[in-house]
Design a binder for this molecule. Sequence first.
Ligand SMILES: [Zn+2]
Length: 452
Amino acid sequence: MRPLLVRGGRVIDPSQALDAPAQVLLVNGRVEALGPDLAPPDGAQVLDATGLVVCPGFVDLHTHLREPGEEEKETIATGALAGVRGGFTTLCAMPNTLPPIDTPALVEAVRRRAEEAGLARVLPIACVSKGRQGKELAELADLARAGAVAFSDDGSPVANAFLMRTALHYSTLTGLPIINHLEEPALARGVAHEGWVASRLGLPGIPPQAEESMAGRDIALCALTGGRLHLAHISTAGTAQMVRWAKERGLPVTAEATPHHLCLTDEWLLGTRGEGSPFAPLSPSAYDTHCKVNPPLRTRFHRDALQRALREGVIDAIATDHAPHTPVDKACTFQEASFGISGLETAFALCYTILVAQEGIPLLRLLEALTVGPARVLGEKGKGLGSLRPGSAGDLVVLDLRKRWTVDPSRFASKGKNTPLAGVTLQGMVVATVVGGRVVYDARSSPTGGRG
Ligand SMILES: [Zn+2]
């Protein structure tokens, strides 16, 4: 493989608190050097990043790739392409496929399919329980040996407290995090956040306490076992407060939040894109099923609390919860529609537009939550990811912070066109993505000419 020199960019690497003009040299798939005056070695390929930001490739802790079993929604190959178009060089694949990833052979199959696709790195997450049934623990040690990087029954919670206790106990042996989808089933029978918007629309609600009661339980079990607990897609002020409390006590707890929970509110269900009023007439685009997601979009109060928690580092990682669906899954009533947003290709721009440009969260902090933050959640398995220190994986992304573009889901590489952001203009575009020292996406030379 030819060496690659990324030249002329502003390099931002949160893993070394770096924000300076620099060149990055990648050799044999790894970062060889980083500095102000590197010359290209003989035969090197040069990637021009003049006027652009260069940062480590993004790491997504929470991606639904749907393969095996639901290839009409997404495949590992289409998901990996969507990933690199969104700047994600590592995708942690959730195991709620058909069949669920609960055996070493299935873990290996996911890894093999990802290698064939040859785009983003795909790290398999395996099930906590056999068949995701929530009854019997899967063979966690064998799954870890086969290459699983974490365990989760995501899509469903580990509802049984004893099973969760046992899983966390095992994690002290494997060193791998247990990722829980926080949802007390008895409280989560609705389709939208329980509040005035759901009342106005006549939709059954899901209270924040459905999430918070399980977050509290899990943090208590983390204290009991000392196991590694990672809280998936936290969406409420109360959960953020509990994570803050747990971290202050030194518990091995980490948390992620999605771009949509950090940036949008349940007022989007009114079809007014966040400018709702309880007294306004209903918009014809109310009940847009593309806004249906689990956990639900919540109120400004919760969104603001999540933004605060991100700013303070209480939230370790921004994870997409990329959940692609077919049009049929969404072309139905709000109650019947599937939960989920196709998020890989809008994550960075949505976060940049709202969190940095509008709310003033430092860019370095946003990029930390997309790079070294999630890499640290993965512990040993994340070593060398999310960083441009010499010796790290040669994964990086080139960003144009000034570029504005309008979301057109028909141009997504993902099979999932389900996004509430269709027609919305965002700021910040992924220009190029490099995985293992190889340019796997370049908007300037791609056949579709990027999205701009
Ligand atoms: Zn989930």
